[in-house]
Design a protein around this ligand. Structure first.
Ligand code: GLU
Length: 314
């Protein structure tokens, strides 16, 4: 069995003034920013600022069928009107195909990735977990998967959610890097981009915590550094469902940025009494930066209290 290897980890003490800290917010343009995305944006911004670090923005527009026209522009305009201004160039994944192609070719050349002709229906017999090819026919457009060794156990310490461990071979198996429809898989693009952009700290919603072990395996296969990870509590509606941009859930009201920021602040478990008599989002953010206490976020259960999804909430 593979020895579990601990990925680089941070604890709340490290978050204070980490030299060279570079965080990011990476929305997919599948709709307008909602309360949950604002929590991820603000949480990643506050953690970067608490560490004296940079905060970058990357638009993850690699899945045209799920993309909403104009959403990326709208998301960026919303961030700007909220005072959340990136410290580096805004990157669009749709302009970076060459990077993904080169990474994939390297993995194929080194025998770490392989073409796969299995269909989803065939893999359903194995619970959707690919361990060996069982395709009955060759496809014209095979997918490409990462070869995941037996007992590929990945352990890492999440700065907010604590120790995590996943046996990637049994939980997900050989996972897709390029889909059969030709699109890049999120896992490949996110790993290549985080490495290429020198991202040292990934702060994002808890819905992605299960992807992290796969990303760490892929970083090892590519020989790139593993960033530190922190997964923020998820914002759900009253039915316990994660808010979804593509379903238009609870889009944030860009006309009232300070109120929306205050709601995100509450979701981040911060001091509600913090006096924020701000005249502008920039002023609000400055005050928030002074009061932010990351220890209030550690050991917070994965799900934040539910919120109403209609725009009438205060
Ligand atoms: N693009 C993903 C989303 O909008 C986030 C990816 C990440 O932060 O790693 O949910």
């Amino acid at each position: 069995m593979t020895e579990p290897v601990s990925a680089s980890a941070i604890d709340s003490a490290d978050v204070v003034q980490a030299p060279g800290y570079r965080g990011r917010f990476a929305p997919s343009p599948t709709g307008h920013l909602h309360a949950g995305s604002l929590v991820a944006a603000l949480g990643s911004w506050l953690m970067a600022r608490a560490a004296g670090g940079e905060w970058w923005v990357r638009i993850e527009d690699l899945d045209p069928p799920r993309e909403v026209p104009g959403a990326a522009r709208h998301q960026l305009a919303t961030l700007t009107s909220f005072g959340l201004v990136p410290d580096g160039p805004i990157v669009f994944q749709s302009e970076r195909h060459g990077l993904y192609r080169r990474a994939l070719e390297r993995l194929l050349d080194e025998g770490k990735a392989f073409h796969c002709h299995c269909s989803r229906a065939e893999l359903a017999q194995c619970g959707g977990v690919h361990r060996r090819c069982i395709a009955r026919a060759r496809r014209r457009d095979p997918s490409v998967r990462l070869r995941v060794g037996d007992d590929a156990v990945v352990a890492f310490t999440d700065a907010l959610q604590g120790e995590q461990i996943q046996n990637v071979s049994t939980a997900v198996g050989d996972f897709v890097l390029r889909r059969a429809d030709g699109y890049w898989a999120y896992q490949l693009a996110v790993v290549v981009d985080d490495a290429d952009q020198g991202i040292t700290h990934v702060v994002r919603g808890c819905d992605l915590i299960d992807s992290t072990a796969r990303q760490i395996l892929l970083q090892r296969a590519l020989g790139v550094a593993t960033p530190a990870y922190a997964h923020l509590p998820l914002v759900t509606d009253h039915a316990g469902r994660k808010l979804s941009k593509s379903e238009g859930d609870g889009a944030v009201d860009a006309n009232n940025p300070c109120a929306a920021l205050a709601r995100a602040w509450r979701m981040l478990q911060q001091d509600q009494q913090a006096p924020f008599a701000a005249r502008s989002p920039a002023e609000w953010l400055q005050a928030a930066q002074r009061c932010f206490d990351v220890s209030r976020l550690t050991n917070v259960r994965k799900t934040a209290p539910p919120i109403a999804t209609n725009s009438s909430r205060s």
